[in-house]
Design a binder for this molecule. Structure first.
Ligand code: NAP
Length: 676
C-alpha cells in the first residue's frame, strides 16, 4: 500500500514532508498509511504571507462579504464531503462519527455565515454596545468598536475532530477578517489536509487567508506578536507548555485554550426507574461513552446518580453496553469503531488503570471482547469500560484522570448539594448535564455549578425529542470552560468572532463617531434630502439624509376617535380626573400609538416607490406626554444601511418626534426594505 505524503500549505505552495517525517498509522489495521512533518517549512515566510496578503484582502471585505464566502465554502465542502468520509474511516471513526465531524463542521460554517449576515453589519467596523454620552451637551461621545486583529490566527487542533475542530475555529476567524494557519494533530492530519485542499481548490478564499502546517510547528510560536492569536485544543499538559513559549509571554499573544475536562452528568433526584428521564439518562450516557469511541472532549466521564439508584443504573447501563457492536467502522452494523492509534489505546488503558485504583470495573474487559471485521491485536480497539466508585468523597483520581476513550465512572450522591459538589470537583469542565423533570433541580444546579462549567445541559421528557445531546457543542452556544478546561471560550455565535478582533473605546464628536461606525447618531450632521427620502433608492440614500415634516396638532377629537376606533379606551386617554391623578400625566393625553400613526402619516410618501415594506420598529420610547392641543413634528434620518440581497437592502431610520416647544416626545428606529 502506498504511503500518503501529507503536505503543508505554505505561502501558496504545497510542501511535501521532509526527511524526518512522522509515520501515521491506520486505527483499524495499525499499518502506516501516511507520513507528515519532518521539516522544510519556512515559518517566517508563512507568517509574512498571512500578514501581508491574507490579512489585507480579508480586511478589505465587509462582514457580509466574508459571511457569503463562508456560506459558499460550506456548500462546496458539502458537495465533496464523501472524500472526507472515505478518509476518516482510517481514524477509527464510524459513519455516525463522520456526521459529527464532517457534517458538524460544515454546519458550523453555515451557522456562522448566517449569523454573520443577520447579526453583523455590512461594514468593516463592529459597534459593540450603544453610544455613551460623555458630556453635557452631547458633543463628546464614546462608543466601543471592534476591528480585526492585523496578525495571524494559529489554530492548533486535537486529533479527534480533524474537520469540525478546524472549521469551528476557522469560521469565526475568517468572519472576523483574520487569516489562519491551521495545525492539525498529526495522527489525523490526512483528513484535515484533504479538507484544506478542497477549500483552496474552491478558489473562494483570498490568497494567504488559509495555510496549513502538517507536523511540528518549528519556530512558528516564537515568531508571534501582539496582533496574533493562538487558539489551542488538546491536552492540559500541551496547553501549559505552549502557553509558556517565551515569545507568547513576552508579546502578550492571546492564547485561547480548550483542554481536557472531567464532564459530569447528573441523574435528577426525581428521575426514578420507569420515568422517561431515567431511560433518557441511560441513552445519553451510552451515546457519550461510545460515540467517537469516547474520544470527545465533552464526553461524560463521571456519572452521578442518587445512591439508592446506583445498582439500577449500573444494571441498565451494562445491559445497553453489552449490545454495543465494536469493529471495523466501515461495517454498517458497527456502533463503536477504534481509538485513533495504538499509542492512544495504551494511554487510555494506563489512565483506566489509575481510575481502577479507586473504582471497580463493572463492565468491559480490554483483554476479552469481540471485534467485528478487524484484528484486535493490530487495530486500536477497546470495549466501553464502566467503573463504579463507591466513595466519591474520598476518591481523587476519578475526578482528575481523563481517560480519553470509552471510559466512564459511576458514583452515587446523597442529595443534590452533594451531586453539585462532586460535579464541581472536576475543577472546571466544558459541560455538565442534568436529566431532570424538576425545574427547581435545574435552578439549584445552575446556581451551584454554573461557575464551574462552560455549558449546562438540561434534558427531560419535554425536550428530549429535539435536544441535541450532552456532548454536542453548538455554534450558537459558548464552547469552553473554566479552570482545568482551559479557561477558553469558542463559538457562542458572534461572541466567538470577537476573540479575533480588538475592542477599542473611541471618543469624539458625533460626526467622528458617525463616520467611524457608518451610523448616524443624534448630534451628527444632517444632510438635506435632495428629494423625499422614500423616493430614493437604497443605493442613493446617504447616511444622515434627513426629512423634517410639517407640524400636526393633536386634538381631543383625534384622541377619542382613535380610542373608539381601536378599542383602546384606557383611562389616561378618556378620563380627565383619573388621568390627572396618575403621576405621569397632566390630564388626558394622546395614545403613544396614535403619535406613531400620525408620525407615519407625516413622513410617508404615498405613491409606489423604492420603499418596499416597513419591517419593524426598534428602541421605541415615549418621552413626554402629548396633551390635546399640542402639535408634533417628525425628523426622519437615515441611520444605517444594510444590503440584504442584490435587489434590496434594509434602511434603519432614526425617528424623532418633538412638540411645539421642540421637546422630544417620542424616539425610535424604523426599519424599511428598500429597492436598490
Ligand atoms: P495533544 O497531544 O495535547 O495535542 C494537541 C495538539 O497540540 C496537536 O495538534 C499536537 O500536534 C499539538 N502539539 C503537541 N505538542 C506541541 C508542541 N510542542 N508544539 C506545537 N504543537 C504541539 O492532544 P491530543 O492528544 O491531540 O487530543 C486529546 C486531548 O485534547 C484530550 O485531553 C482532550 O480532552 C482534549 N480535547 C479538548 C477539546 C476541547 O474542545 N476542549 C476538544 C478535543 C480534545 P501533534 O499531533 O503533531 O503532536
Amino acid at each position: 500500500m502506498s504511503i500518503r505524503k501529507i503536505a503543508s500549505f505554505v505561502a501558496g505552495q504545497w510542501i511535501a514532508p521532509g526527511s524526518g517525517a512522522r509515520p501515521i498509522e491506520s486505527a483499524i489495521t495499525g499499518e502506516v498509511i501516511a507520513e507528515a512533518g519532518g521539516g522544510g517549512v519556512d515559518f517566517a515566510a508563512m507568517l509574512d504571507h498571512a500578514r501581508t496578503r491574507g490579512g489585507p484582502s480579508l480586511r478589505a471585505m465587509t462582514f457580509h462579504d466574508r459571511a457569503r464566502m463562508l456560506k459558499a465554502l460550506a456548500a462546496h465542502l458539502s458537495k465533496h464531503k464523501q472524500v472526507l468520509y472515505d478518509l476518516s474511516f482510517d481514524t477509527g471513526a464510524t459513519q455516525r462519527d463522520h456526521l459529527i465531524d464532517v457534517d458538524g463542521g460544515i454546519g458550523t460554517l453555515f451557522v456562522f455565515a448566517s449569523k454573520g449576515r443577520r447579526e453583523l453589519p455590512d461594514a468593516q467596523v463592529y459597534l459593540d454596545g450603544g453610544v455613551e454620552q460623555l458630556s453635557k451637551s452631547g458633543q463628546f461621545l464614546g462608543q466601543h468598536i471592534c476591528t480585526p486583529l492585523q496578525g495571524v490566527a494559529v489554530h492548533i487542533n486535537a486529533f479527534n475532530f480533524p474537520v469540525w475542530g478546524m472549521l469551528e475555529k476557522l469560521a469565526p476567524t475568517l468572519l472576523a477578517g483574520v487569516p489562519a494557519i491551521v495545525k492539525p494533530a498529526t495522527a489525523t492530519c490526512y483528513v484535515t489536509e484533504a479538507c484544506v485542499r478542497l477549500m483552496l481548490e474552491s478558489d473562494l478564499l483570498p490568497d494567504g487567508a488559509l495555510q496549513m502546517v502538517a507536523g511540528g510547528t518549528g519556530d512558528l510560536l516564537d515568531r508571534l506578536g501582539g496582533q496574533d492569536i493562538v487558539s489551542f485544543t488538546g491536552s492540559a499538559a500541551t496547553a501549559q507548555m505552549l502557553r509558556a513559549t517565551p515569545g507568547i509571554l513576552q508579546n502578550a499573544v492571546r492564547f485561547v485554550a480548550e483542554q481536557d475536562s472531567l464532564n459530569a452528568s447528573i441523574l435528577g433526584p426525581d428521575a426514578e426507574p420507569g420515568t422517561p428521564e431515567f431511560d433518557l439518562f441511560v441513552k445519553e450516557v451510552i451515546r457519550e461513552m461510545t460515540a467517537k469511541a469516547g474520544q470527545k472532549c465533552t464526553a461524560i466521564r463521571r456519572i452521578l446518580v442518587p445512591e439508592a439508584r446506583t445498582d439500577a443504573m449500573i444494571s441498565a447501563l451494562c445491559d445497553k453496553l453489552g449490545k454495543t457492536t465494536i469493529g471495523d467502522p466501515r461495517l454498517e452494523g458497527t456502533r463503536m469503531g477504534a481509538l485513533v492509534s495504538n499509542a492512544q489505546k495504551r494511554d487510555v488503558l494506563e489512565k483506566a488503570a489509575t481510575i481502577g485504583l479507586e473504582a471497580e470495573r463493572v463492565f468491559g474487559n480490554p483483554a476479552d471482547f469481540t471485534v467485528e471485521g478487524a484484528d484486535p491485536a493490530r487495530g486500536a480497539f477497546l470495549p466501553p469500560m464502566l467503573y463504579h466508585c463507591a466513595d466519591p468523597d474520598a476518591a481523587t483520581r476519578v475526578h482528575e484522570t481523563e481517560a480519553f476513550g470509552p471510559v466512564s465512572t459511576i458514583m452515587g450522591y446523597r442529595d443534590l448539594d452533594h451531586a453539585i459538589a462532586i460535579a464541581n470537583r472536576g475543577q472546571g469542565s466544558l459541560v455538565a448535564s442534568v436529566i431532570t423533570h424538576d425545574p427547581a433541580v435545574a435552578r439549584a444546579v445552575a446556581l451551584g455549578a454554573g461557575a464551574f462549567h462552560g455549558r449546562l445541559y438540561f434534558n427531560d421528557r419535554a425536550s428530549m425529542a429535539e435536544a441535541t445531546g450532552h456532548g454536542a457543542p453548538l455554534p450558537h452556544m459558548v464552547h469552553g470552560g473554566p479552570g482545568r478546561a482551559g479557561g477558553g471560550e469558542e463559538m457562542g455565535g458572534i461572541r466567538g468572532v470577537m476573540h479575533y478582533m480588538q475592542r477599542s473605546a473611541v471618543q469624539g464628536s458625533p460626526d467622528m463617531l458617525a463616520a467611524i461606525g457608518e451610523t448616524w447618531m443624534p448630534g451628527a450632521a444632517e444632510r438635506a434630502a435632495p428629494a423625499h427620502p422614500f423616493t430614493r433608492r437604497f443605493a442613493d440614500l446617504q447616511i444622515g439624509e434627513t426629512l423634517h415634516t410639517d407640524p400636526r396638532t393633536v386634538t381631543l377629537e383625534d384622541i377619542e376617535h382613535f380610542a373608539e376606533f381601536t378599542g383602546d379606551t384606557f383611562y389616561a386617554h378618556m378620563d380627565e380626573e383619573a388621568a390627572a391623578a396618575n403621576p405621569f400625566f397632566p390630564g388626558r393625553v394622546a395614545h403613544g400609538y396614535l403619535l406613531l400613526s400620525f408620525a407615519a402619516g407625516l413622513f410617508v410618501e404615498p405613491t409606489p416607490g423604492p420603499v418596499l415594506a416597513n419591517t419593524g420598529l426598534d428602541a421605541l420610547r415615549f418621552l413626554k406626554p402629548v396633551s390635546p392641543g399640542d402639535s408634533i413634528r417628525v425628523r426622519l434620518t437615515v441611520k444605517k444601511k444594510t444590503r440584504r440581497t442584490d435587489t434590496y437592502g434594509e434602511v434603519r431610520w432614526d425617528v424623532g418626534l418633538t412638540n411645539q416647544d421642540g421637546e422630544p416626545v417620542a424616539a425610535y428606529e424604523l426599519l424599511t426594505m428598500n429597492a436598490y
